[in-house]
Ligand binder design. Structure first.
Ligand code: SF4
Length: 217
C-alpha cells in the first residue's frame, strides 16, 4: 500500500521492448498494454486487443527495468501504447510517474482524441495526461496511412506536445521505421504497420517477459 492506503496498480503487459528507435524520438523503453476496447480496422496489434492474457507486472518491476535500460542503453524516455494505454489509465499513470522520477520522458499513443481524454472524469486519465510529454491521438484509419510523419500510423492522428520537452523537428519528418529483432531464436517486430510487414507478424510469437530481478535487457 502507498501512503494514501491504496494498492499500487498491477499492469497487464503484452510486450516490452526495452530499447527501440521505432516508437518515438530517441531511444525509448516501449510498453504495450494488453487490452483495447476499440476496434480500428487494420489494427496492427490484434493480439493485444483482448483484455484476457498478457502478463501481470508491478510498476516497481517495470521501473527497475526502465532504470537498467536508461543506464545501459541511454534511453531518454518511455512510450506507452497498445492495447490502449487509457484503458489501463491507473497503471499507465503510475508508470509515467516512475519514468518521470527516473528523469525519462513519456510518450503515449491513444486511440482516443485529446478532447475525449480531457472529458473523462477519472483522475487516472488526468494524471496520465499531466505526466505525458507527447500524445499521439485518435484511432488508426487504415485508409489514411501516414508515410510522412515518422512513428505516426494514419494522417488523422495528431501529435500533441503537452510539455516543452519536445517539439516537431526533422526527426519526425522522415519515413516510418520498422524494427525486426531475432533474439534467442524469437522474432519480434515493432514500428510502423506497413503492409509489407504483415507476413512478418504471422511469424511473430510472444516472448515471455523476464521475471523481476532477472537481467531484463
Ligand atoms: S486504438 Fe490502437 S490498439 Fe486499439 S484497435 Fe485502434 S489501433 Fe488497435
Amino acid at each position: 500500500m502507498d501512503e494514501a492506503g491504496t494498492e499500487p496498480p498491477i499492469l497487464s503487459v503484452a510486450q516490452v521492448v526495452p530499447c527501440t528507435e521505432a516508437e518515438g524520438p530517441g531511444r525509448r523503453f516501449a510498453v504495450w498494454f494488453q487490452g483495447c476496447p476499440l476496434r480500428c480496422p487494420g489494427c496492427c496489434n490484434p493480439e493485444f486487443l483482448p483484455f484476457a492474457g498478457g502478463e501481470r507486472r508491478t510498476v516497481d518491476e517495470l521501473a527497475g527495468w526502465m532504470a537498467r535500460a536508461r543506464d545501459a542503453d541511454g534511453i531518454e524516455g518511455i512510450t506507452l501504447l497498445g492495447g490502449e494505454p487509457l484503458a489501463h489509465a491507473a497503471g499507465a499513470a503510475a508508470l509515467a510517474a516512475a519514468a518521470r522520477d527516473l528523469g525519462l520522458s513519456v510518450m503515449v499513443f491513444s486511440g482516443y482524441t485529446l478532447e475525449q481524454l480531457r472529458g473523462r472524469t477519472d483522475q487516472a486519465a488526468a494524471d496520465l495526461l499531466a505526466r505525458t510529454d507527447i500524445l499521439v491521438d485518435g484511432p488508426y484509419l487504415r485508409g489514411q496511412p501516414d508515410t510522412e510523419r515518422r512513428w505516426v500510423g494514419s494522417r488523422n492522428q495528431r501529435i500533441h506536445f503537452l510539455t516543452d520537452r519536445y517539439q516537431y523537428d526533422d526527426r519526425w519528418g522522415r519515413r516510418n521505421t520498422l524494427e525486426i529483432r531475432l533474439t534467442d531464436g524469437e522474432l519480434s517486430v515493432n514500428g510502423f504497420p506497413a503492409r509489407d510487414a504483415v507476413g512478418l507478424w504471422k511469424g511473430w510469437t510472444r516472448k515471455p517477459l523476464p521475471t523481476a530481478g532477472a537481467d531484463a535487457r
